[in-house]
Design a protein around this ligand. Structure first.
Ligand SMILES: *[C@@H]1O[C@H](CO)[C@@H](O)[C@H](O)[C@H]1NC(C)=O
Ligand SMILES: *[C@@H]1O[C@H](CO)[C@@H](O)[C@H](O)[C@H]1NC(C)=O
Ligand SMILES: *[C@@H]1O[C@H](CO)[C@@H](O)[C@H](O)[C@H]1NC(C)=O
Length: 607
């Protein structure tokens, strides 16, 4: 059965990504795109990864390649008289050197990004953390996208006039190019409250009561509602929008495009309403299609009929050239477009200007965030806790004192791959500027119990690793080291026909439509729960026999980001300290600097 959907693409295909340091895409077994009458490509949470993943072949295509893909797929779809729309649902900024390393931040990425024609685009929370990011969004991206940029529940302070204005228009009505399908589109942000002073996020539940929204959803001439949002598909914000539209019209199809939770997901709200979420970091190009809509250009008589049975489909495309060539039926010479190649060249130039390929060291082996349990020899946190932190988080004035050093696992964002550890890697794995602080002479018996308090229960939810909480995680008691070690190190556990390319580990998505959403058939990757925080104990003398500590007091050292939680945990153990008791440690150097320094001293191999 599966075979029917699989393209056994040629093993000979040469799939060199345009960023020359990107790995060649590995041929995989692909499911075809379920093209329909109205088709969508969707990106979300790209977080500056517009150069693609230079150390992961599955996601090696860059934003220029995506532009070529869009143009080529459009040619194919329009040749059959159908329509293609593009959607992006925010968090384009922060999280990769291409964005973070420039001064000002995003100097190159906005220009690179906006060369992609996008029909519906909206803002994420990361566009709003810093007032100047929001200003750049207003000054650069709003003019680039004009009425395609939607802000249904978001206002900003106008950078020039100082007045409160909608970031962009609230909604948009338009007709598709080929079928003349009437679309009404919205662009929401979830009920975010961590924004800077120059933006205002209205709760979605309040927005949908407003007159403009009520009028828009009562319009009977609409063929399909398109609800884009930087909102997880299963969050209440979207179910409230769904209920509001259904209260106004029971029979109009609705397509949702979500984001924020960094996962691949597809949700059935009812048999005429489906939503797609397309992962994170340029790993995934989401595809959705709807058929059964009226064709107003060719089918005028059917205009007012809405009895058709609609069909919906989805696919998650791995962002690499092998997938792009296969889905368009093109190859290395016929695939690239001039705009796409130009944009790839601009990315190369920006990366050079930012010196992102400067090599600090050569990593001998991969270190995982959640693909192995903690502790584990291949865990990034075991490496940090046993080597980097004890060897680098040292304060000249306190180096002989016993200490316990705490780091939150959320300080790391990404796995570290075998091979060159570059300036780019520092931004990818730890883009934060946090350094360490400490409290002197904390009674040992209190410090000894701190980690347990921080990692226990629900007291410290805000600390848990935000990038991992959305995954299906195994808890420690579900861990079977023997089995999982085999799983994570096996490239090909499935039996394949002789001519089938071997399966590589990757996304194996389970969603409301089943298990066949991913375009590339992968072997499954396990993910494990990791603690909120890890600790490193340094210079703590133990009794030779009882192994009990002989220290009366220790320095409690921690990343400055977790200070509020540290103080709270100390209080819970009966030790009252305030922020005035905390002092910068190790000369205020950032954790990221320490990691880079450790790498350049310890990983001097040949890549
Ligand atoms: C915003 O301000 C920060 C801190 O001053 C600076 O590092 C960053 O480059 C600025 N970003 C933009 C887009 O202006
Ligand atoms: C591509 O870049 C070249 C050189 O910068 C420019 O002349 C040309 O107009 C660009 N083409 C497109 C389609 O953007
Ligand atoms: C762990 O997995 C291995 C390999 O699949 C299996 O042989 C073993 O019985 C499992 N152990 C437990 C405790 O489930």
């Amino acid at each position: 059965m599966l075979v029917r959907h699989i393209v056994l693409a040629s093993l000979l295909a040469v799939t060199q990504a345009i960023q020359s340091s990107a790995p060649e895409a590995v041929p995989g077994r692909l499911r075809t795109l379920p093209l329909g009458q109205l088709n969508f490509l969707h990106t979300t949470d790209t977080h500056g990864w517009h150069a693609g993943h230079l150390q992961e072949a599955s996601y090696g295509a860059d934003w220029g390649d995506y532009i070529s893909f869009t143009q080529r797929l459009r040619e194919k779809i329009e040749a059959e008289g159908n329509d293609l729309l593009l959607v992006d649902t925010g968090d384009r900024v922060e999280g990769n050197g291409l964005y973070d390393a420039s001064s000002p931040t995003g100097k190159y990425t906005r220009q690179i990004f906006s060369q992609q024609n996008i029909d519906i685009i909206c803002s994420g929370n990361h566009e709003l953390y810093k007032a100047n990011t929001t200003d750049r969004e207003f000054i650069d991206l709003i003019p680039a996208y004009g009425s395609n940029y939607l802000a249904s529940n978001l206002d900003v302070i106008h950078p020039k006039s100082g007045e409160r204005v909608p970031l962009a228009q609230r909604f948009r009505k338009f007709k598709t190019k080929n079928h003349g399908i009437k679309v009404t589109a919205f662009g929401f942000l979830y009920d975010f409250t961590g924004n800077d002073k120059n933006s205002f996020v209205q709760k979605v539940e309040d927005t949908i009561k407003e007159q403009w929204f009520q009028d828009a959803i009562k319009d009977r001439s609409v063929d399909v509602f398109l609800v884009a949002g930087h909102v997880g598909l299963r969050q209440s914000e979207f179910s409230n929008v769904f209920k509001a539209i259904r209260a106004a019209q029971w029979d109009v199809p609705i397509v949702f495009f979500g984001g924020h939770t960094h996962i691949r997901d597809y949700v059935k709200y009812d048999d005429k309403a489906y939503g797609l979420e397309s992962g994170r970091y340029m790993e995934t190009i989401g595809f959705q299609s709807v058929s059964g809509l009226p064709s107003r250009k060719h089918d005028e008589k059917k205009l007012e009929l809405r009895t058709a049975s609609y069909s919906f489909a989805r696919r998650y495309i791995d962002n690499n050239l092998f997938s792009f060539y296969s889905h368009t039926g093109l190859d290395e010479s016929t695939f690239p477009t001039e705009v796409g190649q130009n944009v790839s060249a601009q990315i190369t130039k920006a990366r050079e200007a930012l010196n992102l390929d400067e090599v600090f060291g050569c990593n001998p082996r991969v270190l995982w965030m959640s693909r192995v349990p903690y502790p584990h020899k291949d865990s990034i946190f075991s490496w940090l806790g046993s080597r980097v932190i004890p060897e680098k988080a040292i304060d000249d004035h306190r180096k002989d004192y016993p200490r316990i050093i705490y780091a939150n696992t959320g300080a790391m964002r990404f796995d570290i791959f075998e091979g060159p550890f570059t300036r780019d890697t520092t931004f990818i794995v730890s883009p934060f500027t946090s350094g360490f602080r400490y409290i002197k002479n904390v009674p040992f018996d209190i410090a000894d119990r701190l980690l347990k308090v921080i990692n226990d229960g629900n007291n410290f939810l805000g600390l848990s690793h935000s990038l991992l909480t959305d995954r299906q995680l195994k808890s420690p008691d579900q861990i079977n080291l023997t089995q999982d070690y085999v799983a994570s190190s096996t490239q090909n556990q499935h039996t394949t026909d002789p001519e089938d390319p071997p399966l590589t580990p990757g996304y194996t998505t389970h969603d409301d439509a089943g298990d066949d959403g991913d375009d590339t058939i992968h072997s499954e990757i396990s993910h494990y729960q990791i603690p909120n925080c890890i600790e490193s104990r340094v210079n703590i003398n133990e009794d030779q026999n009882s192994h009990e500590s002989q220290e009366e007091t220790v320095d409690v050292v921690f990343l400055d980001f977790i200070q509020p939680w540290m103080l709270e945990a100390l209080r819970m153990l009966g030790a009252e300290y305030t922020s005035e008791d905390t002092i910068p440690y190790a000369g205020g150097r950032s954790f990221t600097e320490m990691i880079a320094e450790w790498v350049s001293e310890n990983w001097q191999g040949d890549c």
